[in-house]
Ligand binder design. Structure first.
Ligand code: ADP
Ligand code: ZN
Length: 517
């Protein structure tokens, strides 16, 4: 009988597995429920495609997007692996062909949406099929802590009842701890073996640049990277067109891409990009899924992304060939406020808005951190990154100038100690500045000794300093939805004059004035 290595060579033409693939496949083939967390491009699909071949019978793959299903089915069929996607657009004949394939046991992989999977009629049609494995792709969609919550995924909680004893593999590129916990609980796979690959993309350099004259910045940047391909992510459809239009006028080869274009138009842009006939695509996040261009040399975020998960995924499209590539994010506080109000307006109320706002705040913190960006990203994804200096991000290359800010730190530490309970950064800054704040009055904070003692610094300045004090361990940060600031054993050291505190110099705000391309 063929081994998994034989199958890999025969169907994928590859001599070796990518990191963790063999372990994950081994776990699945031993009949374990398995949770596989691999970064984009880490080769998740193979982790259920190859077992599907090895096990024979039928593997059900639950996938959130028809376009993703289609890409996979095309790819599998091209390799000679019988696969099909079941969706509402199938006609009678196609349905009959798929059901025929199931009853003859010829079909190896069937892709379906979560809704479809749990429709009673559908399952009875699978009663005669030899289902050997169930794969749940993009499993973070089941969690509100994921960046892509899909309520339909919640129905999958029943899958264990429907297919008792059939191993489950859940796959995602989102490793944040809340999501992992949720996937295990929701899918009732508490005992699943878990495999997490590294999210560190060593060949990517991360930078955050103040967003001042973004079009000028872009033109300069492209001017210095003329021979290279890149993607510029924008927030809105109209912006992709404005930016692409501006770049064209400046003589660059640029195209816009968004979901509002016709299918032919989108395919034409993709094709031109892949064939290097267009240097830059100005796109919404719709661009990139299923585009396998290995030599994207830069990904620029023209607007602030809404989540770090999204940001990581989009920047992950750079440098797939392993060569040095850059990820540049243009950031302004104004953008943060703009996106926050967009989220608030677009909200239907409830839990989801809180999660979105918390994620946007994390994104903002990434932009404003004075520490290593890579470490920030990896820590966010639950990965331990022991290095203090990654050697390939703007903050490591140009650490902000630190000065003795013990007096300011004492104000902050004193204030945090006086508060009756933990509060967020904004409220602490308001108390120090003596601002009129509803909450401050409500909790009677206006009578604290610290109230109004730090008027000389701006709110933005406090934000930077408090975040930096958290990083240095002088303060703590807790709470997933509402990050609140608390004391540590070191807070006392400051208050009691037992240490000096070095913080970014006051005029040197967290976003440094390094606007050169
Ligand atoms: P993910 O879903 O984790 O983003 P994919 O499953 O799309 O990643 O795989 C990324 C690319 O790597 C695909 O082009 C895939 O064919 C390729 N790939 C996956 N596993 C291997 C392997 N063992 N050897 C060579 N190429 C592989
Ligand atoms: Zn770094």
């Amino acid at each position: 009988m063929a081994t998994i290595h034989d199958l890999l060579r025969q169907y994928w033409g590859s001599p070796s597995f990518l990191p963790l693939q063999e372990e994950i496949i081994g776990s699945v083939l031993s009949g374990n429920d398995t949770l596989a967390i691999l970064a984009t491009g880490g080769g998740k699909s193979l982790c259920y495609q190859l077992p599907a071949l090895y096990l024979g019978g039928l593997t059900l793959v639950i996938s959130p997007l028809i376009s993703l299903m289609k890409d996979q089915v095309d790819d599998l069929q091209a390799r000679g692996i019988p696969a099909a996607a079941w969706n509402s657009s199938l006609d009678q004949k196609e349905r009959a062909r798929i059901t025929g394939g199931i009853s003859d046991a010829n079909l190896r992989l069937l892709f379906i949406s979560p809704e479809k999977c749990l429709q009673p009629g559908f399952l009875s049609s699978l009663a005669t099929a030899r289902v050997r494995l169930i794969a749940i792709d993009e499993a973070h969609c089941i969690s509100e802590w994921g960046h892509n919550f899909r309520p339909e995924y919640r129905q999958l909680a029943r899958i264990k009842e429907v297919f008792p004893g059939i191993p489950l593999i859940a796959l995602t590129a989102t490793a944040i701890p809340g999501v992992r916990r949720d996937i295990r609980q929701q899918l009732k796979m508490e005992c699943a073996r878990e495999f997490t690959g590294s999210f560190n993309r060593k060949n990517l350099r991360y930078r955050v640049v103040p967003k001042k004259n973004p079009l000028v910045f872009l033109a300069d940047y492209l001017g210095q990277h003329r021979e290279e391909s890149g993607i510029v992510y924008c927030l809105s459809r109209s912006e992709t067109e404005t930016v692409a239009g501006d770049l064209q006028q400046r003589g660059f080869s640029a195209a816009a891409y968004h979901a509002g274009l016709s299918r032919q138009e989108r395919e034409r842009v993709q094709e031109s990009f892949i064939r290097d006939r267009v240097q830059v695509v100005c796109a919404t996040v719709a661009f990139g899924m299923g585009i396998d261009k290995p030599d994207v040399r830069f990904v620029i975020h023209y607007d602030l992304p809404k989540t770090l998960e999204g940001y990581y995924q989009e920047t992950g499209r750079a440098g797939r060939d392993g060569q040095y590539s850059e990820c540049v994010l243009l950031y302004s506080r104004g953008d943060y406020a703009r996106i926050r109000s967009l989220l608030e307006q677009g909200d239907s109320g409830g839990q989801h808005l809180k999660v979105s706002l918390a994620k946007l705040r994390d994104m903002q913190e990434y932009c404003e951190t004075t520490g290593c960006r890579r470490k920030f990203l990896l820590t966010y994804f639950g990965e331990d990154y022991p290095e203090e200096n990654c050697g390939s991000c703007d903050t490591c290359d140009h650490p902000p100038e630190m000065t003795d800010c013990t007096d300011a730190a004492k104000l902050i530490a004193g204030c945090v100690k006086q508060l009756p309970r933990s509060f967020g950064i904004d409220l602490i800054a308001d108390v120090l500045r003596g601002s009129k704040n509803e909450k401050a009055r409500q909790y009677n904070l206006t009578s604290l000794p610290a109230y109004g003692t730090g008027k000389k610094y701006s709110k933005a300045q406090y934000r930077t300093w408090i975040q930096e004090m958290v990083r240095q361990g002088f303060l703590s940060r807790a709470g997933e939805q509402y990050p609140v600031i608390g004391c540590t054993t070191r807070t006392d050291e400051i208050v009691r004059n037992r240490c000096r505190v070095m913080l970014p110099a006051p005029e040197d705000a967290a976003v440094r004035r390094r606007a050169s391309p």
